[in-house]
Design a protein around this ligand. Structure first.
Ligand code: SAM
Length: 304
């Protein structure tokens, strides 16, 4: 698909370039914030699976830059934003970058060290594996990323804090909901307007972190297994078991968010005409600096 054609078919892709965002995903976080006010009172944030960095840009623009502009801002009062990804990303003002795998305990340790004993107010995770197109497989791998995110949450999030995580809707959605509900008093699954209807993606918005009394992060996986395992056997007490009926049945709050009269991500919009009558497509704001496909392109060039 050519750039102009994509600009026409994907309004959020075009808007991202016009507004200086590295990816259209920025709008998803902004629309979640419109609905849930997730940045209120936030001073410390972890951005998991952050590359190429549009969510980190949102965090920088919403939290770091306004604080820096405030005349009495001292360094120790500035918000702390730590971003992690497997891939390196170009620098963003006010964002500390860690390159690593969030499923690896050592990455979690590095993040925790940055907080120097303090706790985060917000953890966001837009992680996505390389999608295979096999829904069950993609949903399973995605749920493993969320659980890795939850592991980090149990170490760095303060009580009352929030966790926003990308999910893939599928047959284990209610299991995931119950697992998250063990730790947060309010869990809502949200679909921002900038996320295509055709995509199984949605976001878990988890509010008021309140782990069970006496909870030890080392017991996380044992606790989650009590609720059930993805696509596996669930025990009789499983809160998400299909056998629960009537008033005991679990209903998952699911909310569309973003200005509903705003742009529809599944629609094509005409391209704006400029003087001279031709439309000039903008270049991406910041192409990935070391994308996984770079080596493949180099090999392909070598063959030509
Ligand atoms: N939120 C980002 C933004 O706004 O620019 C987009 C994130 S992109 C959809 C998903 C990211 O997840 C990719 O950059 C990928 O490298 C990262 N990722 C996938 N698995 C990961 C893992 N195990 N550890 C760290 N990052 C991971």
């Amino acid at each position: 698909m050519g750039k102009a054609s994509r600009d026409k078919r994907d309004i959020y892709y075009r808007k991202a370039k016009e507004e200086g965002w590295r990816a259209r995903s920025a709008f998803k976080l902004l629309q979640i914030d419109e609905e849930f006010n997730i940045f209120e009172g936030v001073k410390r944030v972890v951005d998991l699976c952050a590359a190429p960095g549009s969510w980190s840009q949102v965090l920088s623009r919403k939290l770091y830059l306004p604080a820096k502009l405030a005349s009495d801002a001292k360094d120790e009062n500035l918000p702390l934003i730590v971003a992690i990804d497997l891939q390196p990303m170009a620098p963003i003002e006010g964002v500390i970058q860690v390159q690593g795998d969030i499923t690896n305990a050592r990455t979690a340790e590095v993040v925790i060290r940055h907080f120097d004993g303090c706790k985060a107010d917000l953890v966001v995770c837009d992680g996505a594996p390389d999608v295979t197109g096999l829904h069950d497989m993609d949903e399973f791998v995605q749920s493993q990323l969320i659980l890795a995110g939850l592991t980090i949450v149990t170490h760095v999030l303060k009580e009352g804090g929030k966790f926003i995580a990308k999910i893939f809707r599928g047959k284990d959605t209610s299991l995931l909901y119950c697992q998250l509900k063990l730790f947060f008093s309010v869990v809502t699954f949200a679909k921002p307007k900038s996320s295509r209807n055709s995509s199984i993606e949605a976001f878990a918005v988890c509010e008021n972190y309140s782990p069970p009394g006496g909870f030890n992060p080392a017991d996380l996986h044992r606790l989650l297994e009590k609720v059930g395992s993805p696509s596996g056997i669930v025990d009789d007490t499983d809160c998400c078991s299909g056998s629960l009926e009537g008033p005991n049945k679990v209903y998952i709050p699911f909310l569309a968010c973003g200005d509903l009269s705003g742009y529809d991500s599944d629609r094509s919009y005409p391209l704006p005409k400029v003087a001279g009558g031709t439309y000039q497509s903008l270049d991406p704001v910041q192409p990935p600096i070391a994308p996984p496909y770079k080596r493949a392109l180099e090999l392909k060039k070598g063959l030509q």
